[in-house]
Write a protein that binds this ligand. Structure first.
Ligand code: CAP
Ligand code: MG
Length: 427
């Protein structure tokens, strides 16, 4: 019976041939023993030596803990690429995101980051259109893209939603999206909604000469999801939205493989069930990388200033390179081997007054989505859309919002209405 050891601190991983995972680890007992158990359980080992494991196989396939920092509770593990099935996110997660979270030897464990070899990255298609494709679809070169979420989340019928969409698009919104829980409900069936909203999209485009996007929420079991995507395509739609956590990343990948030529909008509802606890689970950075591999063109990553959890460092780290000492920065907007860049979406509690800070932190190569901070405007949704557009115009012209509001009444109203709200959101 051969004993396999998984720790080797003089090991230097070959980033071309090995996948490297960084974990935060709180052991139940000894740090080294827990680290060894994590490496074993996520590669070829178990709780005792195995008569079936040949030493030659173990040498080739075992994972190696090559970095241990007990004080910071960080470990890095290199996994030979042979351990992974190319192009399969479920198989990856069953390994580095699997049994290890359940082990008694581990008190808390968080998968913080994964660095992938090029061969692994390129076994996925990644975004079909990417940032350049989204901007081309909208004919918007480099400004902030303004998105609106239909609110209430559910409750409008297809006619009401189509009318509302028309008003929002007419008042400066580029992209309109269904909310995460609006799929096909008795009072708002997918097919009828898609037909009516996309007819309005065509009408507005004709009237304004501007391109618009409707992110139709096709989230469903995969066969139905695909039917809905094909319907959107046949109606001239440019984009479909998928709840990537609830529907699963392999279903996103399946959709991407159909090569329908439409933007895939990734909504991440539910991610915090495993990303939010800083000591246990899987980070949003990892989720964002996997979503990009699977093929989303744009994905929610947080606002920093809005209603959802997520500080500047973590959101920036997902969106792009922030610091030179981060050796892996291939999250969304940077080049990542052959995969196209992916556009971050800032959403959740945004209203016009928060826009300058949002742009100063995250830049303008992103989509800013407004829901209640638009439909909650005391003069209604059209006024709310104008207020959001005016805020974006002011930022683009480098004019202070308050000054711009002197000559733009909808913005003025919005600034007054939500003057105090942002403080409620402060951490
Ligand atoms: C925002 C939103 C989005 C969240 C998702 C909502 O609405 O429609 O789903 O932004 O969060 O339902 O809360 P409001 P994240 O603008 O009315 O807040 O982008 O962090 O995944
Ligand atoms: Mg929502």
């Amino acid at each position: 019976m051969s004993h396999v050891s998984y720790i080797n601190l003089s090991f230097h991983p070959d980033y071309k041939k090995e996948l490297v995972a960084t974990f935060y680890l709180e052991p139940a007992g000894k740090f080294n023993e827990a680290a060894e158990a994590v490496a074993g359980e996520s590669s070829i080992g178990s709780w005792t030596d195995l008569s079936t494991l040949k030493l030659s196989v173990a040498k080739r396939l075992k994972a190696t803990v090559f970095y241990l920092n007990e004080k910071q509770k960080i470990i890095k593990i290199a996994y030979p690429l042979e351990l992974f099935e190319l192009g399969s996110i479920p198989q990856l997660l069953s390994s580095v995101g699997g049994n290890i979270f359940s082990m008694k030897m581990v008190k808390n464990l968080k998968l913080i980051d994964i660095e992938f070899p090029e061969k692994y990255i390129n076994s996925f298609q990644g975004p079909a259109l990417g940032i350049a494709g989204i901007r081309k679809a909208l004919k918007v070169k480099d400004r902030l893209i303004l998105g609106a979420i239909i609110k209430p989340k559910v409750g409008l019928n297809p006619d009401e939603q189509a009318e509302l969409s028309y008003d929002l698009w007419r008042n400066g919104i580029d992209l309109i999206k269904d909310d995460e829980n609006l799929t096909s409900l008795s009072f708002n069936k997918f097919e009828e909604r898609a037909k009516k909203v996309l007819a309005m999209q065509k009408k507005v485009e004709k009237e304004t000469g501007k391109r618009k996007i409707y992110a139709a929420n096709i989230t469903a079991p995969p066969d139905i999801m695909l039917e809905r995507a094909k319907l959107v395509k046949s109606l001239g739609g440019r984009c479909v939205m998928v709840d990537i956590i609830s529907t699963g990343l392999d279903n996103v990948q399946y959709l991407r493989k159909q090569n329908l030529g439409m933007i895939i909008h990734g909504h991440r509802a539910g991610h915090s069930a495993f990303t939010r606890n800083p000591r246990h689970g899987i980070s949003m950075l990892v989720v964002a990388k996997l979503a990009r591999l699977a093929g989303v063109d744009q994905v929610h990553t947080g606002t920093v200033v809005g209603k959802m959890e997520g500080d500047a460092e973590s959101v920036l780290r997902i969106n792009e390179l922030l610091r030179e000492d981060w050796n892996d920065y291939h999250a969304l907007r940077e080049n990542w081997s052959k995969l196209k860049p992916c556009l971050p979406i800032a959403s959740g509690g945004l209203h016009p007054a928060l826009l300058p800070k949002l742009v100063s932190i995250l830049g303008n190569n992103l989509i800013a989505n407004f829901g209640a901070g638009l439909h909650g405007h005391r003069d209604g949704s059209s006024a709310g859309a104008r207020a959001c557009s005016q805020a974006a115009e002011a930022i683009a012209a480098n004019i202070d919002l308050k000054e711009y509001a002197q000559t733009h009444s909808e913005l003025k109203e919005a600034l007054e209405q939500w003057a105090d709200v942002r403080y409620k959101y402060r951490r």
